[in-house]
Design a protein around this ligand. Sequence first.
Ligand SMILES: Cc1cc2nc3c(=O)[nH]c(=O)nc-3n(C[C@H](O)[C@H](O)[C@H](O)COP(=O)(O)O)c2cc1C
Length: 245
Amino acid sequence: MSSFTSAPAVTPATASELRALIESRRAVRRFKTDPVPDDVVRDCLEMAVLAPNSCNLQPWNFQVVRDPVLLEKLHTVCMFQHAAKAPLIIAVLARPDTWKQACQDIIDKWPEPQVPAAVEAFYRKTAPFQYDQGPLGIKGFLKRQLLRVAGLRKPLMRTPNSHAQMRVWAVKSTALAAQNLMLAFHSHGYSSCPLEGFDEVRLRKTLDIPKKAVPVMLLAVGMEDERGVYNPRLRFPLEQHVSWL
Ligand SMILES: Cc1cc2nc3c(=O)[nH]c(=O)nc-3n(C[C@H](O)[C@H](O)[C@H](O)COP(=O)(O)O)c2cc1C
């Protein structure tokens, strides 16, 4: 078996360290003005993009905002929320529109001399069938009808078969990367607050966000200031959310 087929063994220490990291991360809403060094940002972004993602098509973008003028504008865009007054804001964008280029990139950048035939067939044929919704979503509509009939006989993947479903598709993977990003910053001693409280129209204008990109969240990052965490942690009992089947 080749070395890359399984993840390296985890030790019990890793589990308790991960628990400590996850437990101690909080949404921080007051930051010091100290900048976040670029090498830390880069390291965290590298960890963000190691997130699992659909078909490895990596449908995300990150806009790293350090410019004080832009940061001030983002504070306004976030309706003057205290949490948006940070020395660094990363706009986490889902890209439902980059899958075609990603299919080509996977073949071009395959990390072995020969792209396995099954991989090439998947990215040249299966993926385009799954993700191409056509102009005005017409291909998606036709696929939905086809799947309705073909699905009577065998289990089939039913989505994404519309532009709206493509947005959900891209947001799922991007949200996982955002969580990696928050934990990565936390592991470097920096706090963060995910923000969806923003004016999307103004955000798009301010950061010149491509039309088809979906702003998933803004991530405010910095050193925690005094009383940075507003409330004690509250989570509902596990039983409320979990069913064991
Ligand atoms: C998608 C998303 C959007 C959020 N938007 C905001 C926001 O606009 N403003 C804010 O102060 N906190 C925001 N939060 C932070 C949550 O309020 C916070 O994570 C939650 O209260 C739980 O607290 P904890 O992260 O400290 O455990 C957001 C969190 C997520 C995941």
